[in-house]
Design a protein around this ligand. Structure first.
Ligand code: SAM
Length: 349
C-alpha cells in the first residue's frame, strides 16, 4: 500500500486496478501516508497558499430534475428567488472591498437568465472590476452559449460531472444525459476556459469502482479545477432517508485527486464544512487549496438549500474574512487574495 501511494506520488498516475486496491484498503492502512503525500504535492505546486472565491448564488430556480438536489424542479417547498443585476453588483462591491478577486456566479438552470442577460451581468462586473476573475456555474448550455460567455470575459466554468459512472449518472438524473454532460465539459475545454469538473462522494449505490472511475476520468479530462463534496440528503428529495457521504471518504478522494492532478485548483467545499465543523481545515490538510465562502445576500442564503444543513454563515460567510483567515492560519496556510488562476493553465508544465 505505501509503495503504491509513493508510486502515485512520483508518477501522478496509477492504473485503475491499483487505484481500486488503494480505495479498498486505505481505511485500514495508509490513510495518513496518503494525506501526507497529497500535502507534500500541494506544497510543491502551490505552497501553503489558499485561494479564496466569493460565491454568489444568483438563482434557485431550476428546470432540471436531479434526484439528489434540493432545488430540483419538483420540489414545491422551495421559496424561489433570482438576484437582479443590481443585487449581484452589490455583492461584488462588498466582495471587492473585502479583497475578493474571483466571483463565482452559480445557479440552477434558470431559463430567465438568457444569454443576453448573462452577457450583461458579466460585462457590468468586468467593466467595474477589470482585475477580477469570473467563474460561471449555471449548468449545461450549447457550445455557442459557452463561447459567447467566454468572449464576454468569463474566465472559468464549473460543471461537475457528478459521477463518471454512466450507470450511476443515469440512476440519479431523470432528464440529464451522461453524454451531454461529458460533451459540455469537452466543449468548455476546447473554448479555452479554466474548466472545473467534479463529483459527489457517497451517492446512494455508489461503489469503490465508481469512485475509481471518477479519478481516471479526471486524469483524462485534465481540468483546471475539481469540486469534490459529500452527497448530503435533502428532506424533500427521494433520497431523504439516505446516509451522507463521509468526511473520511471525501478526504481520501481529495488526496487522491491532488496526487493524480498536482496542479489542480481543489476547493475544500461547503458540503465538507457542512458535515463536520472542521471539515474545511481537514480538506485543506489533505491537498485542497481553495475555499469558496458565501457572498450571496444574507436574505437568500437559506433558500439555496441543495441539501439539509448547508452552512452559509459564520466561517462560511464571505464577510467573515478575518475569521476565515485566522482559521486558515491556524492549520499552517496563508490566504492568497489574488485571482488565483491555475498555475499550469496556458503554460507547458
Ligand atoms: N446548475 C449548476 C450545475 O448543475 O452545475 C450549478 C448548481 S448545482 C446545484 C451545484 C452542485 O451542487 C452540483 O454540481 C452538485 O454536485 C451539488 N449538489 C446538489 N445537490 C447536492 C446534494 N444533495 N449533496 C451534495 N451536493 C449536492
Amino acid at each position: 500500500m505505501l509503495e503504491l501511494i509513493d508510486k502515485l506520488y512520483k508518477k501522478n498516475y496509477l492504473e485503475k486496478e491499483q487505484l481500486l486496491y488503494i480505495l479498498n484498503h486505505i481505511e485500514v492502512y495508509g490513510k495518513d501516508h496518503l494525506i501526507k503525500r497529497a500535502h507534500e504535492t500541494r506544497m510543491k505546486t502551490y505552497g501553503n497558499k489558499v485561494y479564496i472565491r466569493g460565491l454568489i448564488e444568483i438563482t434557485n430556480h431550476c428546470k432540471m430534475d436531479c434526484k439528489y438536489c434540493g432545488i430540483n424542479i419538483y420540489n414545491k417547498n422551495v421559496d424561489r428567488y433570482r438576484l437582479t443585476l443590481e443585487e449581484i453588483l452589490i455583492c461584488c462591491e462588498l466582495g471587492y472591498r473585502l479583497g475578493y478577486r474571483t466571483f463565482v456566479l452559480q445557479g440552477g438552470e434558470d431559463s430567465y437568465f438568457r444569454d443576453d442577460i448573462i452577457v450583461d451581468i458579466v460585462k457590468s462586473i468586468k467593466s467595474k472590476y477589470p482585475d477580477v476573475a469570473i467563474t460561471l456555474s449555471i449548468g449545461e448550455k450549447s457550445y455557442e452559449s459557452y463561447k459567447k460567455y467566454y468572449e464576454t470575459g468569463v474566465d472559468r466554468y464549473l460543471l461537475r460531472h457528478e459521477t463518471a459512472s454512466r450507470r450511476l449518472f443515469e440512476k440519479i438524473h431523470i432528464s440529464s444525459s451522461y453524454d451531454n454532460r461529458m460533451k459540455s465539459l469537452l466543449n468548455l475545454k476546447e473554448i479555452g476556459y479554466q474548466v472545473g469538473a467534479g463529483f459527489m462522494v457517497g451517492i446512494p449505490d455508489q461503489n469503490k469502482e465508481d469512485l475509481a472511475e471518477d479519478i481516471i476520468f479526471l486524469k483524462k479530462l485534465d481540468p483546471e479545477m475539481v469540486g469534490i463534496g459529500p452527497f448530503i440528503p435533502h428532506r424533500s428529495t427521494i433520497y431523504k432517508s439516505e446516509k451522507s457521504g463521509t468526511l473520511e471518504d471525501t478526504i481520501t478522494m481529495l488526496a487522491l485527486t491532488r496526487l493524480y492532478l498536482p496542479y489542480v485548483l481543489l476547493p475544500s467545499t461547503t458540503a465538507l464544512g457542512s458535515i463536520d465543523p472542521k471539515g474545511r481545515e481537514k480538506g485543506l490538510m489533505a491537498g485542497a487549496n481553495v475555499i469558496m465562502p458565501n457572498l450571496s445576500p444574507k436574505s437568500v442564503r437559506d433558500k439555496y438549500a441543495l441539501y439539509d444543513g448547508k452552512v452559509s454563515f459564520g466561517y462560511e460567510g464571505a464577510e467573515s474574512i478575518d475569521c476565515i483567515r485566522s482559521k486558515i492560519n491556524s492549520v499552517g496556510f496563508q490566504l492568497d487574495m489574488s485571482r488565483g488562476d491555475n498555475i499550469k493553465w496556458r503554460t507547458n508544465i
